[in-house]
Write a protein that binds this ligand. Structure first.
Ligand code: FES
Length: 66
């Protein structure tokens, strides 16, 4: 159960937070799922984060994202 103050990991296997993931996507101009997983080398683990990574990419690509 998540508690107040817990850090949300977008990838539990590699302990990558949602903030770290979105920052890397933005700063490195990562545009595809493959570019992001190559950058973080995430695909060799469980794969539970794939949909969250795709959602993060779409969010960053959205012109309304701030
Ligand atoms: S949660 Fe990301 S590879 Fe397992």
């Amino acid at each position: 159960m998540e508690k107040f103050g817990d850090i949300k990991h977008i990838c539990e296997c590699l302990k990558i937070t949602e903030f770290e993931m979105k920052q890397a996507i933005s700063e490195n101009n990562l545009k595809t799922f493959e570019e992001v997983t190559d950058y973080f080398r995430t695909t060799w683990a469980c794969g539970d984060c794939f949909n969250d990574i795709k959602a993060a990419i779409e969010e960053i690509k959205n012109p309304d994202f701030k």
